[in-house]
Design a protein around this ligand. Structure first.
Ligand code: GTP
Ligand code: MG
Length: 303
């Protein structure tokens, strides 16, 4: 045993919906990144801080990697790879179902190709093992390991925590010796205003269908600390079309009211204080062509 501390970055990369954000939240032990059943939930790298023994692992949750079409998609995928390039360890998270005949593995194959080009040695984490047959899993593991891009293979369930402790051990040991990068009690390094906007975006994604969640963005416009400990938050939901605005408002304003209630409840838990949340919806047809909105969340507009 040594008293020396370790600290560094571990990037979690993978196809959309592989479970990256769920895993990061599980490793950190609190919710730092939003999760939905839909693809392309995470839009920019979110850093969560895990303390494990004498190691501090800054987990970089990245947007899912897929073949991008729109400007926002390109920026998301670029930021995911940047997160991986600068990291001390890279975890490729794979939805096991994609390799056991219950899904499409082409996105994973594209990622493996890129890892090969980078000469990377990633940790393979086969996720969602609670959903697949062990027998099929062994063949999948072999096929993946034979690609030669992995140093280690783990089978996990980010949802129920199976195998997550082993992954934490492995990452902690991989970190270089050095002082902690963040205060030990800090779970995330994204600003409160951005966390608040993300939680509202999660509730919108969960409630809305088809393309609407992909064509909106949420901004926290005002954050007011009150003397009694409560916080008043004003947020603007920018949508692409008038029709989307009408759907988000809902009949008699019921939909936005429900979304606001769900978001406020969770924000009160996250921040540990009463929250007063005020949501408005605005049609900003070209928000996806707005350079400032990209840089505000650390994405490259010209990706
Ligand atoms: N059964 C099961 N479901 C899981 C597991 N991990 C994640 N999920 C579910 O998979 C879905 C996607 O999870 P996310 O954590 O948002 O996935 P992601 O990789 O961050 O997705 P993007 O941000 O869109 O790239 C959610 O419905 C999760 O509850 C797991 O180990 N088992
Ligand atoms: Mg995510």
């Amino acid at each position: 045993m040594t008293d020396e501390t370790r600290a560094g970055f571990a990037a979690i990369i993978g196809a959309p919906n592989a479970g990256k954000s769920t895993l990061v939240n599980q490793l950190v032990g609190s919710k730092v990144s939003i999760v939905t059943h839909k693809v392309q939930t995470t839009r920019f790298p979110v850093r969560g801080v895990m303390m494990h023994g004498r190691s501090q692992v800054v987990l970089v949750d990245t947007p899912g990697i897929f073949a991008p079409k729109r400007r926002l998609d390109r920026a998301m995928v670029k930021s995911a790879w940047e997160g991986a390039t600068d990291a001390d360890a890279v975890v490729h998270l794979v939805d096991s179902r994609h390799w056991t005949g219950q899904g499409d593995k082409s996105e994973d194959e594209a990622i493996i190709g890129r890892l090969k080009d980078l000469g990377a040695r990633a940790i393979l984490a086969l996720n969602k093992i609670d959903l697949v047959d062990r027998v099929n899993l062994l063949a999948a593991t072999k096929a993946l390991f034979d690609t030669g891009v992995y140093s280690d293979v783990l089978m996990i369930s980010g949802l129920n925590g199976d195998g997550v402790e082993q992954l934490a051990d492995l990452l902690a040991a991989r970190m270089p010796a050095g002082p902690y990068l963040f205060p030990e009690d800090q779970a995330a390094d994204i600003p409160s205003r951005l966390i608040a906007a993300e939680v509202t975006r999660e509730k919108l994604m969960l409630r809305l269908h088809q393309e609407i969640p992909y064509q909106l963005t949420v901004e926290t416009e005002n954050w007011e600390q009150h003397g009694n400990g409560s916080v008043k938050i004003d947020q603007m939901i920018h949508v692409a079309r008038e029709g989307h605005r009408a759907i988000i408002l809902g009949k008699g304003g019921q939909t936005i009211k429900d979304i606001g209630t769900a978001s406020r409840k969770e924000l009160s838990e996250i921040f540990g204080k009463p929250i007063h949340l005020f949501l408005r919806v605005k049609v900003s047809e070209r928000w996806q062509e707005n350079r400032e909105r990209f840089s505000a969340i650390g994405l490259d507009f010209d990706a």
